[in-house]
Design a protein around this ligand. Structure first.
Ligand SMILES: Cc1cc2nc3c(=O)[nH]c(=O)nc-3n(C[C@H](O)[C@H](O)[C@H](O)COP(=O)(O)OP(=O)(O)OC[C@H]3O[C@@H](n4cnc5c(N)ncnc54)[C@H](O)[C@@H]3O)c2cc1C
Length: 428
């Protein structure tokens, strides 16, 4: 869907500043000439967020890198880390782990994505089953943004103000630095667990996610035949079985093994994080990575971003698995949102047409799942990010000439029509 509607939407100017000062020169020049700006990190956002819809300049900030420091050096233990926008997410983790700390969460694309791009274009990821989503209060300490004015200014946002910039696709300020809270870096172990039925895999996943005493970083149930689509893992899971991929702290593994036995599963593989026989960290078979790997098996496979209701989590996952089996096998990641355990994902659908996706959206919503649309670059149509008075007020202040991310907040109607689905979106 995106490939068709975004074809030919190119920038006319490409600018790659190496420092915040160079960025300010470029942004000031664009502001004086009223040139639209699309900011780019590593370019891994999959919704078309980084595509310049009305030409102008792409400003690539990937070279503005570096960890500024532990945020508050006066404390005996670190509280948060501060990094420039272009810093690769996994580089921040590698730096932190040297002293026993790590980021609370990261995208499965951590080895490529920039921290600014994750904050502006991402949403949750590895760690979200323990810590919630980026938007949850406390998961972003501060964001420094540059205004798009003839004389650009740097503005520090803290507290609730950070949520206006988070997942705003760079529409209301150019992120220059990010400050994030840290978490203890446990010795994480990767588990591949198989189950004869997907219901058992769901029962295990929900019980594990609800076990407050267990330390987990990923819980990803994937229904048969999805393990067959992943050649690196297929030999570990008996044909016909579903699987759960999990990242668990070493001290929690014995309890997790008990839970596997209690729910009828079999632990097929266990190793320290990143040491698996499958050649990549296990988290690169979950979250955004799983779909791109399934697409190697069949490039037509697509998903929706269903958010399952915490109230009846197991029941609602089992209902979608049962009632929407014709749409495709279900894959989700468990995550906390607003303090409660939920799950994000959908059946993996063999793309037929937009009308088919529309019908799939309606069927999921009829089962109580809130659907966001990953097939649009438009904030409103996507439905993951509410664009309210705070976001709009910040945009007026940061971007008085309305040059940033043109067309993503107030879209052309043809684009909205071409990419919209009948989804209600997420509420927080
Ligand atoms: C294989 C794969 C796995 C993924 N897994 C996850 C996941 O687990 N969780 C998740 O949340 N997302 C995931 N994503 C999507 C996610 O958006 C990106 O991976 C990543 O976080 C974006 O970083 P980036 O540097 O590539 O940003 P880009 O793609 O370059 O940019 C993303 C958006 O942010 C804007 N932007 C970038 N930098 C700035 C800045 N400095 N200031 C203002 N705006 C800016 C861009 O204009 C664009 O709208 C995945 C994507 C892929 C392809």
């Amino acid at each position: 869907m995106l490939r068709e509607v975004l074809r030919g939407r190119n920038a006319e100017i490409f600018i790659a500043p190496r420092t915040k000062d160079e960025l300010a020169v470029a942004v000031g020049a664009c502001a004086r000439a009223r040139v639209p700006i699309t900011v780019r990190g590593a370019g891994s956002g999959q919704f078309g967020q980084g595509v310049p819809l009305s030409g102008g300049a792409v400003i690539d900030v990937a070279a503005i890198t570096g960890i500024v420091d532990w945020a508050d050096k006066s404390r005996a233990l670190p509280t948060s880390v501060r990094a420039r926008t272009g810093t690769i997410v996994s580089d921040i983790d590698a730096h932190l782990r040297r002293s026993g700390w790590e980021l609370r969460m990261h995208p499965s694309s951590a080895q490529h994505a920039t921290i600014g791009g994750y904050i502006a274009g991402g949403h949750a990821g590895v760690g979200s089953c323990q810590w919630g989503i980026l938007r949850d209060t406390g998961n972003i300490t501060a964001i420094e943004v540059m205004t798009v004015e003839e004389q650009p200014r740097l503005v520090e946002l803290r507290g609730a103000a950070v949520t206006a910039v988070q997942h705003a696709f760079g529409a209301n300020g150019i992120i220059t630095e990010v400050e994030l809270p840290v978490a203890p870096a446990w010795e994480w172990h990767e588990l591949v667990v198989s189950f004869p039925t997907f219901e058992q895999a769901l029962r295990f996943s929900v019980d594990l996610g609800n076990s407050d005493g267990l330390l987990t970083k990923v819980i990803s149930p994937q229904a048969h035949p999805l393990p067959r689509y992943l050649p690196e893992l297929a030999d570990l899971v008996p044909d016909g079985d579903s699987m759960v991929l999990a990242l668990v702290a070493v001290q929690s593994v014995p309890n997790v093994v008990d839970l596997i036995a209690a729910t009828g599963g079999t632990l097929r593989y266990r190793c320290r994080e990143g040491k698996g026989c499958y050649g990549s960290p296990l988290y690169e078979f979950t979250w955004g990575h799983s779909l791109s790997r399934y697409q190697r098996h069949n490039p037509e496979l697509v998903g929706l971003m269903g958010l399952f209701p915490p109230d009846r989590l197991y029941q609602s996952l089992a209902a979608v698995h049962r009632d929407c089996a014709d749409l495709g096998p279900l894959k989700v990641e468990l995550k906390r949102v607003g303090g409660r355990l939920s799950a994000q994902g959908s059946p993996i659908i063999d793309f037929v047409s937009k009308a088919h996706l529309e019908r799939a959206t309606e069927r999921l919503e009829a089962l109580g799942v809130s659907v966001a649309n990953p097939h649009t670059p438009l904030l409103g149509a996507g439905g993951m990010k509410p664009w309210g008075a705070n976001e709009a007020a910040l945009k007026r202040e940061m971007d008085p000439f309305a040059l940033l991310a043109q067309g993503k907040v107030e879209p052309e109607s043809s684009l909205a029509l071409a990419t919209g689905l009948p989804n209600r979106g997420w509420t927080y």
